[in-house]
Design a protein around this ligand. Sequence first.
Ligand code: F6P
Length: 482
Amino acid sequence: MEESINKSTLNPDGSEFIVVSNRLPVDRVPLDESDDGWRRSPGGLVTALAPVMATRDGAWVGWHGAPDEELAPFHHEGMDLLPVALSADEVELFYEGFSNSTLWPLYHDVIAPPEFHRTWWDAYRTVNRRFAQAAADAAAPNATVWVQDYQLQLVPRFLRQLRPDLRIGFFNHIPFPPPEIFAQLPWRREIISGLLDADLIGFQRASDSANFLRSARRFVGAGVKAGQVQFKDQDGNVAHISRAAPFPISIDASQIQELAVRPDVIARSRQIREDLGNPKTILLGVDRLDYTKGITHRLKAYGELLTEESLKVEDASLIQVASPSRERVESYRLLREEVDGMVGRINGQFDTLLNTAVRYLHHSYPVEEMVALYLAADVMLVTSLRDGMNLVAKEYVAARGDNTGALVLSEFTGAADQLKSALLINPHDIDGLKAAIMRAVNMSPAESGRRMRAMRRQVITHDVQRWSEEFLTTLQHEAVQQ
Ligand code: F6P
């Protein structure tokens, strides 16, 4: 594809604040559902940043989700959106390839084997340069640019080269692996140097930040002191100083709380329980259908509990929402087959004409339906093998305004650092997972109330608004210090 840079921006003076992420925060919808054919994507990031956009003349740079389509910049609900075009080849090589078949498995404990292909890397560089150019073209002098996530780790470097005046922040939404695993990446030096051109590099957990600093030391010889990283050029001069630190992301807690008390959402949650035959216990799993989420481990534990008759299908039902994701990537296709097969076997063995062991829903749902599911569920199961944060765990907690319900939470999630009153589990330990599920099912109201109150305090006082404010304030401060 021809290098297609959007020279035109909506704001001739340039924007003071720019967010750069792989996807724009909007989804295409039929014209009868919105005035301009777009709807704001669900999710905390856009909710947190939209007010900052409005007050600081903001713009958002990202891909609009369709291959081989050039779109002009457009305005949507108070945000300037600057679409970056990707060809069908680039979607395959940059998005499905390097981002989701190299970096994603590498950064998630190599649960699936990462693939290393030079053609994928070339596409990653080309596309990252294009995103950087779009941000450089749109930024006012001395503007702040906040780059999001693993698909765009070279953007800080390209952007610094194009616009040394900018204040650049980067936030990694997924884990950062230990150097012993990161070492496998043939382009490890380029990735670390790409990130080090940001003034502030944010991670979900303290361990991610520490992993990154160890890699910076080991692979590019950066000097590290108290989270500050000094990067020297080939002549030994300090080329740039940046800072790496944890900033655990959160949810729009008030949105979830408001929905959880809305009469129609409450009525829907009752309907869900009734549709399942009002079982004593509803267990719930909500994930993208991704091999990092430990869905097969959860099903194995649940199936064994039914086999051993610790749970009975008349009393318990598991709702598993598995939203479709990255369906053209082989490892995701294989996972779908495995999960389909497991669910089929469990239901074949335990269903009665009246009861279903696993309600398996391979769909995405609007947030209202998700909150109704959170309200209907007595036990929430989050069994990720590795997860940057896991916002579903936080949403469940935010929805439980009456302090009932129990959360079984994998210690391999970022959320486990904050939700210490959950029942923390190692999903590889199937017996331990089964014991935690039974403990959650039989938990006394006093104990679940005590645990839920502590978790709710954390989530409600640490929402996504606070997360973005803390990151941006620190970024401002770092840049001033240089
Ligand atoms: O950080 C993980 C992430 O990239 C999220 O931002 C996103 O919601 C999810 O994975 C799915 O991403 P995509 O469908 O763009 O591959």
